[in-house]
Design a protein around this ligand. Structure first.
Ligand SMILES: *Cc1c(COP(=O)(O)O)cnc(C)c1O
Length: 818
């Protein structure tokens, strides 16, 4: 039976009781942190009962299950999310209010679990939310990093990275499961033994090993009693006691094992769309893949005896190439541990694994040096060699005489292990994450593979969960929508379409804009408290929040702000609607260009925000430490959503969808899912600019783009670029921004100057902004555009995405819950 949250009155009593039993304090004397912990346990009580019931039904109904394999799960805070999904948010809010406490302050005590970088990790979290809500049996499999994504501090305009010690105090929503521990082995060598029956036995020797311990987190569905599991793995040494009371054995090996376990899950690599080919990263990959597969097979064999029928009950979805070792590790377990021959093991493996591609950019494609790979994973390497041998034979058979093609497609070539090639060779499904992205995969980046296996390729346009990004982040708009069209959209976002009937209702439009203003005031206060900058809630809030990457073109945005500032200074009389440009972005710790762009944004802000002569027409704010918790408030407050990546570079984007859900209007390129937003919205409700992906790809192929030409024909660009290096935004060090200047103009610096076509798209971007200015001045017209965005957001729910994965790839059955 589904267990419900207690009533407000009961909650008041339960929270007070918990504070007393946990901290030996009266409620009045408890700190906000203690109240948070008490609330978490009260909610946990309900969650745990539903978790138990769900898992019992799993055993009874024995459904097929998806294991979502991901190095990252950017889940964000769970207290608020769990209260919403258990249908008790308002009750807890009221109970706390009756006790004299603001629920926001209590929620704010929770560390924001940041076990991911950005879009890819947040997608995994949205998928888990949708799987539970749609009642599909699922496990998330990942790593329990002791330090997640670093906290960002801005000091004198520069980014500083501070370790994110999220486990400093016990995290209330995780449960250690020591009964599901597994050993994972690294290094050593492989010995062969010929068996009497003619087969060969492979024995792994001389290895170091760690014990993988899972921590389970409950993933609650919305109002259905379903609770799935996110298992994140931690490492511990195999024999902890050995050092303390050391008597026998190999001392050095014990030390090595200990250090291996210590380092393995210590920290998340802070790279987004970029690889860092470090051995420790490969260790992390194998560690969580091996442990997760062992647990999955263990669970399967508890209730079944025919391992050949594993694909009927289990599917592994690989989130990008990071978990591609799933292929070879599953082969190893099936052959070495469960006695299958190669052909049977391959049959099972190729029906169990599927691959999602997230990027086409060269620097993000995973390739491991063969010697590192072989040294760390000797048995896995042997298996990869055999997969590669057979794969190359298959290519030769299909395209006789094309040796070039074999070389291009091989898994092992040029001394490297190419992870994407292995994922495509073994996966029964290969999907892109937006329609345009999938087309580029088929026609350009993965064309060879598409010719070989056209039937494997399919598209699954990304999505987001409306429970977190509207119900939790923007409860005012959420409540208003409920009043207007009911509650159906909470689990069926296509029902937002019903809002179109309000598009010509002035009163509704006014209410809608009043809510936006309230949300802008909430963010303005946050900005004042954190940045000390007073922004006008009546100005246009123009927002770009996402990881800092040159392809996402925060540089285009800030150069345009510099241009606007010049215009306002030169033409003080010009008609300009006051605008607040808001940025939020973390740069990877070693990405110098990206960090310098953060400094530029902050320095431009410092000059503009302190210039009294422009009458507060322009403000520039950089919000420190952009993360899931403050993201929710930022989306709710945005008027304009900046989605301005170089066309063809952003596989999908999901930030774009969160803004749309919250009634912001997009200025964007025809890239990623922006293309599909445009199709849903019609051209009147989105501001599109810049080159198409075809044009970008053609320029890249023909090497015929020269940014100097763009500068020479546009005096505004000339002025802005000169201001990068004349000390205008860095008086004491005029050379500070020279590297940015050079990256745009100097061919010596990179392979091609202005790699991401910032100058090429500049004029078109300025024009699009002028149109936004015009549109915003007509308040009713703007309200209609913004509400249109909410009304047409239906497609972009992760519920829709997950249903497509289920129908086309996973073929799961819903769990029945009473
Ligand atoms: C959604 C989200 C992202 C992804 O944003 P994009 O604009 O798609 O790159 C990154 N970080 C956080 C915290 C998010 O919530």
């Amino acid at each position: 039976m589904k267990r419900q949250m207690p009533s407000t009155k009961e909650l008041e009593r339960e929270i007070k009781d918990r504070v007393k039993s946990m901290f030996r304090k009266d409620f009045e004397d408890a700190t906000e942190e203690e109240i948070y912990r008490a609330c978490a346990e009260v909610v946990n009580d309900v969650v745990i009962d539903n978790w138990l019931t769900t898992q019992k039904e799993f055993v009874k109904q024995d459904p097929k299950c998806v294991y979502y394999m991901s190095m990252e799960f950017l889940i964000g805070r769970l207290l608020g999310n769990n209260m919403i999904n258990m249908r008790g948010y308002t009750e807890v809010m009221d109970a706390l209010a009756n006790l004299g406490v603001d629920i926001n302050l209590i929620e704010d005590q929770e560390p924001d679990p940041a076990l991911g970088n950005g879009g890819l990790g947040r997608l995994a979290a949205c998928f888990l939310d949708s799987l539970a809500t749609l009642q599909y049996p699922a496990y998330g499999c990942g790593i329990r990093y002791h330090y997640g994504m670093f906290k960002q501090k801005i000091n004198d305009g520069f980014q500083e990275e501070v370790p994110d010690d999220w486990l400093q105090t016990r995290y209330p929503f995780e449960l250690q499961r020591s009964e599901y521990e597994f050993e994972v082995k690294f290094g050593g060598w492989v010995r062969y033994e010929n068996q009497p029956d003619g087969s060969t036995k492979y024995i792994h020797e001389g290895y170091n090993s760690v014990i993988a311990t899972p921590y389970d987190m409950p993933i609650t569905g919305f109002d259905n009693g379903m609770v799935n599991t996110l298992m994140i793995w931690d490492a511990k040494p195999k024999e902890v006691f050995r050092l303390a009371s050391f008597e026998r054995g190999d001392y050095n090996k014990a030390v090595e094992d200990m250090n291996l376990a210590r380092n393995l899950t210590e920290v998340l690599y802070p790279n987004d769309n970029h690889i860092q080919g470090k051995e420790l990263r490969l260790k992390q990959q194998y560690f969580f893949v091996s442990a997760s597969l062992q647990r999955a097979i263990d669970k399967y064999l508890r209730y079944h005896n025919d391992i050949m029928r594993l694909p009927e009950k289990v599917v592994f979805q690989m989130n990008d190439t990071h978990p591609t070792l799933t292929v070879a590790e599953l082969m190893r377990l099936l052959m070495d541990e469960h006695g299958l021959g190669w052909d049977d093991a391959w049959e099972v493996t190729t029906h169990c694994v599927a691959y999602t591609n997230h990027t086409i950019m060269a620097e993000a494609l995973e390739k491991w040096p063969e010697d590192i790979f072989k040294g760390l994973l000797p048995r896995i390497y042997m298996i990869v060699e055999e997969i590669n041998r057979r794969f190359c034979e298959e290519i030769k058979a299909k395209f006789p005489g094309d040796d070039e093609k074999v070389h291009r497609m091989a898994i092992l070539a040029d001394g490297q292990v190419k992870m994407a090639h292995m994922a495509i060779c073994a996966g029964f499904s290969v999907n892109g994450v937006a329609a345009l992205h999938t087309e580029i995969l088929k026609n350009v980046s993965l064309h060879d593979f598409y010719e070989m296996y056209p039937e494997k390729f399919n598209n699954k346009t990304n999505g987001i969960t409306q429970r977190r990004f509207l119900m939790h982040g923007n409860y005012k708009l959420s409540d208003w929508v409920i009043k207007k069209i009911g509650r159906g959209w909470i689990t069926d976002l296509s029902q937002m379409e019903k809002l179109t009937m309000l598009l010509d209702d002035k009163k509704s439009l006014q209410q809608f804009m009043d809510i936006k203003l309230e949300n802008k005031k909430r963010l303005a206060k946050y900005i004042f408290d954190h940045n000390g900058i007073a922004v006008d809630p009546n100005s246009i809030f123009d927002v770009q929040v996402k990881r800092l990457h040159e392809y996402k073109r925060q540089l285009l945005n800030i150069l345009h702000v510099m241009y606007l500032y010049n215009q306002i200074k030169e033409h003080p009389e010009m008609d300009f609607y006051p605008t607040t440009f808001i940025f939020g972005a973390k740069a990877s710790a070693g990405y110098e260009n990206a960090k310098l762009i953060i400094k530029l944004i902050n320095n431009v802000g410092a000059v503009i925000n302190n210039d009294k002569s422009i009458d507060n027409k322009l403000k520039v704010v950089f919000i420190e430490d952009y993360r899931v918790s403050n993201a929710e408030w930022i989306f709710a407050a945005a008027d304009v959503s900046e989605q301005i990546s170089t066309a063809s570079k952003e596989a999908s984007g999901t930030g774009n969808m969160k803004f749309m859900l919250n009634g912001a209007v997009t200025i964007g390129t025809m890239d990623g899912a922006n293309v599909e937003m445009y199709q849903e919205l019609g051209g009147e409700n989105i501001f599109i600019f810049g080159m198409s992906s075809d044009e970008v790809i053609a320029h890249e192929k023909n090497h015929d783009y020269n940014p100097v030409d763009e500068m020479n024909k546009n005096p505004h660009i000339q002025k802005v670029l000169s201001q990068l290096v004349n000390g205008n935004y860095s008086i004491d060090n005029p050379e500070l921004f020279r590297p940015i200047y050079n990256s745009l103009l100097n061919t010596q610096c990179t392979e091609r100057a202005d790699t991401y076509f910032v100058l090429k798209d500049f004029a078109s971007y300025c024009e699009a902004h002028e149109k936004i200015q015009e549109a915003y001045k007509d308040r009713e017209k703007w309200a209609r555009m913004a509400l249109s965005n909410v009304a047409h957001v239906g497609k972009f729910s992760s519920d829709r995405t997950i249903q497509e994965y289920v129908d086309d790839i996973w073929h799961l059955d819903k769990l029945e819950l009473k």
